[in-house]
Design a protein around this ligand. Structure first.
Ligand code: ARG
Length: 579
């Protein structure tokens, strides 16, 4: 609808320009917003205020001319001028009801991508395999998964890339320690974190062990078969730990999506050689660096992007440069989104700028760092265990499910245990994911079990419960959502408000896809659930006397149910029919 209104305004502007009312050469960004108060219509634009000055008119005077020049449109019932010169647009309820009917008849709820479909690489999760996944990996995994799902729903082709840290000096230490284990035993690796700590302890205490670790790195890099065998075994076990977590979290990632740092090893020397051939390399203290004008430190001195260390070793940046090139040339991506901690922002700015400078990616390819803030504890300090250690992801999920179990059991003591467990899983995991997804990704956020498991506010339990309320209407009726005849008519104020919100689903998803911000979808679903509540309280559904009214309300409820379910699924949450 906003697009339609923008186009109408654009046509009016063109007409006024042709008539000489407006000067030539104005190309304003036309802003159209949803109104908060429905007495001001459904949408508003400040265009008259924006153009009053260049047009040499009072805003209200220009607004009047604009309204007169607006082409008629069946979707609008009227346009009014308000306050200093706002244009307020009122939707035509019949046209809106028809759009809702079209959504109801469509498996994709009438949602279309605004632009052409793209091939999009989503770089997500990417833990370092040397250790177990901890809470620091949660945000990338969950936010990346949510955005990937939305892109797919809109029709983009998504290629997930799990750029795991599977290379580097820690592996020498781990391999040395593996060699010290009883032959054929992987027992120690069941607890990766403990294994890492034990290996580190040996490394710090024994110079002889440390020396062996260093030699093993060299041998590994030279492709020694025995080293590679151990390294593969280690990574396989570590990756299977990750996979178990992805499965529990309901994250769409599989082993096939793993393309770790090591996958780019063979290309690193080429990357450096190509940068050199293009004249982009400078030597600084023995290291090979790229200096770019736009990157300076606080003192105004040039900042290097180091691609090869003095000793010849390659770095994180070299691998990422190789990855941009692979994503452009082999995967042929139109767009690549990197869901990585905000603290790596400078790294990505420099890597992207360098990749462009070197021509590793075509100018048309979008490279976007989707940074996110830190997950803190309820006290606002970095999230830690009681004794100050990092919190393992698996422990966090276990606790969430346990708490959800106690909570749900308290509310429904009579449910059988298997069903309670199933509900607790959906609520517990859903709460952890939703709490993360519902915050703007760039801000830090406080992890708080009490808040995320509350049935009030913008939380998973609230939304899952809202969905079960819609489902219960149809359960009572003994009919499926798809079996309701009749037609939607938006008469009551609450019906119009709910209908207006439902019609915004497609535009909202396009926004989430553009900006990589699932919190917008959370906010939308939360609003939708609230509007459904007031509709439900004010507009009797099953007890409506008139059959046409009952059917209309049922159809509106059906579309609400499907939109809630689809929205939650795009966020990676399992819905429940009852709880
Ligand atoms: N393994 C890295 C870390 O834990 C994240 C990798 C993100 N992706 C990338 N292409 N650099 O910090």
């Amino acid at each position: 609808m906003k697009d339609t209104i923008r186009q109408l305004i654009q046509q009016a502007l063109t007409r006024l320009t042709a008539e000489g009312v407006l000067p030539e050469g104005l190309s304003p960004v036309i802003q159209v917003e949803n109104t908060k108060d429905k007495s001001n219509g459904d949408f508003a634009s400040n265009i008259a205020m924006m153009l009053a000055k260049p047009a040499g008119m009072k805003p209200r005077e220009l607004a009047e001319k604009l309204v007169a020049a607006l082409p008629a449109d069946a979707q609008l019932s009227k346009v009014e001028i308000a306050g200093p010169g706002f244009l307020n647009f009122f939707q035509n309820s019949d046209a809106l009801a028809q759009r809702l009917e079209a959504a109801l008849a469509d498996a994709r709820l009438g949602v279309r991508k605004a632009g052409p479909a793209q091939r999009v690489v989503v770089d997500l999760s990417a833990p370092n395999l040397a250790k177990e996944m901890h809470v620091g990996h949660l945000r990338s995994t969950i936010i990346g998964d949510g955005v990937a799902r939305v892109l797919e729903f809109l029709g983009d082709e998504v290629i997930r890339q799990n750029h795991v840290g599977d290379w580097g000096t820690q592996f020498g230490m781990l391999l040395a320690y593996m060699q010290e284990q009883p032959v054929g035993s992987d027992a120690g690796l069941a607890d990766l974190e403990g294994f890492y700590r034990a290996a580190k302890k040996r490394f710090d205490e024994s110079p002889e062990f440390a020396e062996r670790a260093r030699q093993l790195v060299v041998q590994l890099q030279a492709g020694d078969a025995e080293c590679l065998r151990l390294w593969h075994r280690f990574n396989d076990i570590s990756l299977s730990h990750c996979q178990a977590l992805y499965d529990r979290l309901g994250v769409k990632l599989s082993m096939a999506d793993v393309k770790g740092e090591s996958a780019y090893n063979d290309d690193l020397a080429n990357v450096v050689a190509d940068l050199k051939a293009k004249g982009l390399l400078s030597e600084s203290e023995g290291a090979q660096c790229v200096f770019m004008d736009e990157f300076k430190n606080a003192e105004g001195n040039p900042l290097p992007l180091i691609v090869q260390k003095a000793g010849g070793g390659y770095l994180y940046a070299t691998t990422d440069l190789a990855a941009t090139r692979y994503r452009a040339n082999v995967l042929k991506a139109d767009r690549a989104l990197y869901f990585v901690d905000q603290r790596q922002a400078l790294h990505f700015q420099m890597v992207f700028a360098c990749a462009r400078l070197a021509g590793f990616v075509p100018a048309s390819m979008q490279l976007e760092h989707m940074g996110f803030g830190t997950m803190n504890g309820a006290d606002g300090r970095p999230f830690k265990t009681r004794d100050g250690g990092t919190v393992k992801l698996v422990d966090l999920i276990n606790e969430a499910e346990e708490r959800a179990y106690t909570l749900v059991k308290g509310k429904n003591p009579d449910l059988d245990d298997a069903e309670l467990r199933q509900i607790a899983r959906a609520v517990g995991v859903g709460a952890v994911k939703y709490a993360d997804l519902s915050k703007h990704r760039t801000s830090d956020y406080s992890f708080n079990f009490e808040l995320m498991l509350s049935f009030e506010g913008n939380t998973a339990p609230y939304l899952l419960y809202a969905y079960t309320r819609v489902a219960s209407v149809f359960r009572k009726l003994g009919k499926d959502l798809s079996e309701i005849g009749g037609q939607i008519a938006l008469v009551a104020e609450q019906e119009q408000a709910l209908g207006g919100k439902l019609a915004q689903f497609g535009e909202l998803l396009n926004n989430v896809a553009d900006k990589g911000t699932p919190h917008l979808l959370c906010a939308y679903l939360y609003d939708l659930a609230g509007l459904f509540s007031s509709f439900y309280e004010n507009c009797p559904i099953l007890s409506a006397e008139d059959e046409a009214v009952r059917n209309s309300r049922l159809r509106l409820a059906a579309l609400t149910g499907r939109t809630l379910k689809q929205g939650l699924e795009l966020l990676g949450l399992d819905t429940l029919e009852r709880m």
